[in-house]
Write a protein that binds this ligand. Structure first.
Ligand SMILES: [Ca+2]
Ligand SMILES: [Ca+2]
Length: 478
């Protein structure tokens, strides 16, 4: 009897264990299959502040927040919510974060970020990051806030950053450029991502640029697609953008733009400016195009992020734009409006006159696709009218600059009035990636991966490099 009972209990236990293992296998399987390897999420400038940095609220913290357009007081909530959205709803294969991961480079904030990225990694979602201007080195705002007082917090250095983000771009699966935190890796077979470190001042040195060009060229010669990410925008997104944010575009941008476009890079994901705008430009002789996909900050209205879907053969990518709903849109919008108004009005009487309309213009710019927005068109008319009214105070030259800026921004025209003027949809866009020959339209694409697949299906073994080598000879022939 006792034996039968034991057997019974053992059977139940075995069944329980078995079912548990079975259920676990099923769960793991469904989690794995649900991740879409051809999908990416791009989020920029999350400026995460570790909660322990706010020891006690008080005047020190209030002073920091005064006049901020950033929602630094909600950074943790917005980042946590985004991570959950990625885990539960979007389930991409890859997440790209082009810099300003932390509030001001505090080591504790970086540790908070990697703690969250570890959760994605545990699910098989890969993340690649690069540092922004707020992510390393001495920073007077890298402090603990305790009532009326602040005390310095330890900050990241270059090598500390690389070690901390070992699993997120700086590990053994990447190739590193020796002078900066620039790297190249292949997170998805056939897709090479080059993370370009533009430093704290938006500078890409000749050494770094040559290295990037070499890696991009080599990748394309072996039939791979190449995209890049960099913190500072590649090109000015509207005329006069440099009046707003220090180093609002990478230094010597024409040189960087020409080199990347010539190397067959068609897309660079950037951040820094906290607005979502996509603008197109070309290399020096305008034969090769390049898109700067600038994504707004997660902690600035309208708290955007991008979803990017690659086609099966990686020949094109489709971009859509979403917003975080972790805080009320009105709260975020009013923060931006009051900060923008204050900043503009501070410049003097004439600017105070145009400040409300200019702040509204900046809000429409942050929302994107200004040219499709009827209210933006009305604001442009108002802005032109008040600027003309203020001409006597501003002077002819300054007024003209403001008018060019208003037209460029509110009509969504980068490089307004020049032969490089462009209007590209900011929120929904499909971009063709360059093929082996660097052809912009991709009509004559000979895809190495496709050829290898056809040969392998017929039972022959062939290496991608061999096919790429043969193709490069054929393509060079007249
Ligand atoms: Ca725009
Ligand atoms: Ca645009």
């Amino acid at each position: 009897m006792r034996t039968i009972k034991r057997l019974f209990i053992l059977t139940i236990l075995w069944m329980g264990m078995g079912c548990g293992v079975w259920a676990k296998t099923l769960a793991t399987k469904s989690q794995t299959t649900a991740i879409d390897r051809k999908k990416m999420v791009v989020l920029a400038d999350p400026h995460v502040m570790a909660p322990e940095l706010l020891v006690n609220k008080g005047t020190a913290w209030d002073t920091y927040l005064e006049g901020q357009r950033k929602l630094e007081d909600y950074s943790q909530r917005l980042f946590d919510d985004m991570i959950e959205r990625i885990k539960q709803d979007i389930r991409p294969g890859l997440v790209l974060i082009p810099g300003d991961l932390t509030k001001d480079g505090e080591q504790v904030s970086h540790q908070y970020v990697t703690g969250k990225l570890d959760e994605l990694r545990a699910m098989g979602i890969r993340t690649l990051v690069i540092p922004g201007n707020h992510d390393r080195g001495a920073n007077s705002n890298a402090v603990y806030y305790d009532g009326a007082n602040t005390t310095p917090a330890a900050v990241a250095t270059k090598e500390w950053f690389a070690a901390q983000y070992e699993n997120y771009g700086y590990g053994t699966s990447s190739e590193r450029e020796s002078t900066t935190l620039t790297y190249a890796c292949e997170p998805l077979k056939g897709l090479v991502v080059i993370g370009i470190d533009s430093g704290t001042d938006g500078i890409v040195s000749g050494t770094t640029l040559n290295w990037v060009v070499k890696k991009a060229t080599a990748a394309r010669e072996s039939g791979k697609k190449v995209i890049a990410m960099m913190h500072h925008p590649l090109i000015p997104h509207f005329t006069g953008v440099d009046n707003f944010v220090a180093t609002s575009v990478v230094v010597n941008y024409e040189t960087v733009r020409n080199a990347l476009a010539d190397a067959g890079i068609r897309v660079v994901f950037t951040g820094h400016f906290h607005t979502s705008d996509i603008a197109k430009d070309w290399n020096a002789d305008k034969t090769k195009e390049i898109y700067d996909v600038n994504t707004g900050s997660l902690i600035s209205y309208p708290c955007d992020y991008r979803e990017v879907t690659l086609s099966a053969d990686l020949s094109e990518m489709s971009i859509t734009t979403g917003h975080s709903t972790a805080i009320a849109a009105e709260t975020a919008k009013e923060r931006l409006r009051s900060a923008a108004e204050d900043q503009i009005a501070k410049r003097g009487t004439a600017y105070a006159l145009i400040a409300p309309a200019a702040a509204q213009a900046f809000i429409f710019h942050a929302e994107g696709n200004e040219n499709d927005n009827e209210e933006a068109a009305n604001t442009l008319t108002n802005l032109v009218a008040v600027t003309n009214l203020g001409k006597a105070l501003l002077g002819e030259a300054k007024a003209q600059k403001l008018l060019d800026m208003a037209n460029s921004m509110l009509q969504d025209k980068s490089q307004y009035g020049t032969d490089r003027e462009d209007q590209t949809n900011d929120l929904t866009l499909t971009i063709k990636l360059a093929d082996l020959a660097g052809d912009v339209n991709g009509d004559d694409v000979v895809n190495v991966a496709d050829i290898v697949e056809i040969i392998r299906r017929q039972g022959h073994q062939v290496k991608e490099q061999e096919i790429a080598a043969i193709l490069s000879i054929i393509m060079k022939e007249p």
